[in-house]
Design a protein around this ligand. Structure first.
Ligand code: ZN
Length: 131
C-alpha cells in the first residue's frame, strides 16, 4: 500500500500527545487506511529517554504498521542510530516530533533515515484509537 499522506487530525493528535508527554518521550506505531495514516498505537507507559522509547517499539513485533512515531524532548528531530535501526524494521514511514510540538516541528523519514515528504491531508476519520 502506497502511503499518500497523514490525516491532519492524526498529526494534531500526535503533536498533542508529544507535548503532554514532554519532557518524557512518547512512541507509537502508525497504521493506515486506504493509504492515509489515520491511527496510532501508543505504547503503554513512556520512558524518560529516547533510547528506551525506541527499544520498547522493538518489542511490539506482531503489530502491522506502516512505521513509527516518537517524540524528542528538544527541537532536534534528527534520528539517532537506534532510531534508524528501528526505522529499518518497522515500516516505510517514521515521524519524529520535537519541541515546540507545532505543525512545523516534525519530520518524516524513510526506512533508511532519509527525510521524505508526507503530505498532511484533510480527511474525515474516527477518533484515533488508543490501545
Ligand atoms: Zn529518537
Amino acid at each position: 500500500m502506497k502511503i499518500i499522506g497523514i490525516a491532519r487530525e492524526t498529526l494534531e493528535f500526535i503533536l498533542h500527545v508529544s507535548e503532554s508527554s514532554a519532557p518524557n518521550e512518547f512512541a507509537g506505531l502508525m497504521q493506515q487506511t486506504d493509504g492515509v495514516i489515520t491511527d496510532i498505537i501508543i505504547l503503554p507507559g513512556t520512558e524518560s529517554s529516547d533510547r528506551n522509547a525506541v527499544i520498547k517499539l522493538f518489542m511490539m513485533p506482531n503489530i502491522k504498521s506502516v512505521g513509527s512515531i516518537h517524540s524528542h524532548p528538544t527541537s532536534n528531530v534528527t534520528p539517532s542510530k537506534a532510531d534508524i535501526r528501528l526505522f529499518g524494521k518497522t515500516g516505510s514511514h517514521h515521524i519524529i516530533v520535537g519541541a515546540p510540538y507545532d505543525e512545523n516541528s516534525w519530520k518524516c523519514y524513510d526506512g533508511d533515515g532519509q527525510v521524505q515528504d508526507l503530505p498532511v491531508l484533510d480527511v474525515e476519520l474516527e477518533e484515533p484509537e488508543i490501545l
